[in-house]
Write a protein that binds this ligand. Sequence first.
Ligand code: G4P
Length: 534
Amino acid sequence: MTTDIQTELKQAVERRRNFAIISHPDAGKTTLTEKLLLYGGAIHQAGAVKARRTQRKATSDWMAMEQQRGISITSTVLQFDYNNYQINLLDTPGHQDFSEDTYRTLAAADNAVMLIDAAKGLEPQTRKLFEVCKMRSLPIFTFINKLDRPGREPLESIDEIEQELGLQTYAVNWPIGMGDRFKGIFDRRQQAIHLFERRAHGSQQAEERVISLGDPKIEEYLDRDLYYQLKEDLELLGELGGELDLEAVHAGQMTPVFFGSAMTNFGVRLFLEAFLEYALKPGGRNSSLGVLDPIYPEFTGFVFKLQANMDPKHRDRVAFIRVCTGKFEKDMTVNHARTGKTIRLSRPQKLFAQDRESIETAYPGDVIGLNNPGVFAIGDTIYNGKKLEYEGIPCFSPELFAYLKNPNPSKFKQFQKGIQELREEGAVQIMYSMDDFKRDPILAAVGQLQFEVVQFRMQNEYGVETTIEPLPYNLARWVAGGWDAIEKAGRIFNTLTVKDNWGRPVLLFKNEWNLQQVKEDHPELQLNAIAPVG
Ligand code: G4P
């Protein structure tokens, strides 16, 4: 029997789609985000998000802005409606502020959009984020951007994705020309050509003229050679065969590919409409009670990100919670699985762009921001009804390592407290060396910004001025089998052995070559780049 609440939940889930964008800096993530908001009617003129990005570029500016505005500016969940769908765009911090949060955000997403610069192809940050999507079998939608500029041949871009990421591809549309000669896009769904009209920066929605393949004026519109090129390409695509297999897309094995130019808005609407049709609605997530359907009537969710306020006058922290099942209501009381405490969820916030907005209700697939008086840690479950815990969020191999030092012995206590709290909060991974006898904690981070945040917060919140001593390592691998395996392996050269937040052994390597060497010397060791939460 379906209850009223289940009908309500079902309707809410059917119309929700959420995603995060994975890309390398400068591929056009900010631009695409803005254009999606423009089409969603959430902003009326492009330019607003962009202005913030420019201000955000330098770390120092970022901190100053946090202080000035008293709110978190790096974390945003953008919500907008389009064609009766509610879209939640989980914004992954990019660029200078690349950190573990970028990985963690993917733990809360049901779909990913892989944004690629047509001229540059796959770039390092995209590859790293792709690995996380792959681990979660997330459906990936590819948008190849900047077609208004000279770039690689479309077939080359597609081939790179297939060969290097091992993803099957299906081109949903196909570009006609490129750069100065970019004429439009052939949409394989409607079998129609969308003609491109060049407009500077596209601050308004693009006007589109659509013609069919059989249009008698087609050679005029496209130029003769491009028309023949298109025909050839379409034949080739036909010969290569392959249908759009939605099951494979949903299993993360096939990626629908779209071409366009975010800056001029071209291809954005086509992409959005196809995405909404193909993307997964909010799904169940593995828990100690098995995979729970989102229409399970009790409210449950988990924390995927914590954001501390940099303003010492407003020391609040926001915990970002992905709603998994049931309905969230303001002021409701929930159980906190890790501590067994009961918590009242007051002052919930939805984040639209950078402006906090209070919310009354939320449904599966939504993200809510809760004021966090130090209760929440990354991966925590909150629930009503039967006790349950969601699968934790794994740790990813850090790439930067440094000793954090406290030069002032009288601050020992505050230093320890700060380290412990920042570790629990997941601001940074903390490791301790087993090889040398230094007692200083090693900060292990994915992005440089994490170090700066730790130092800043140690000073501001705990009153400890710290120094950083970088270590020459760039890779970490968790050792399967724990300390026994390390002991059996005997001496391992050219690595540093450390223990992580949970006392597990981790080996640090200087580079990939160094890692390969150790693998050859110790084939018995199983080394993992990703570790579950302890
Ligand atoms: P990011 O968030 O991924 O780092 O990228 P962002 O959107 O900021 O875009 C990076 C640069 O690429 C910007 O140029 C932006 O205008 C440009 N760009 C984005 N999409 C397209 C596109 O479809 N075509 C072309 N030609 N350029 C595109 P910028 O010079 O850094 O900034 P601005 O001067 O445009 O403000």
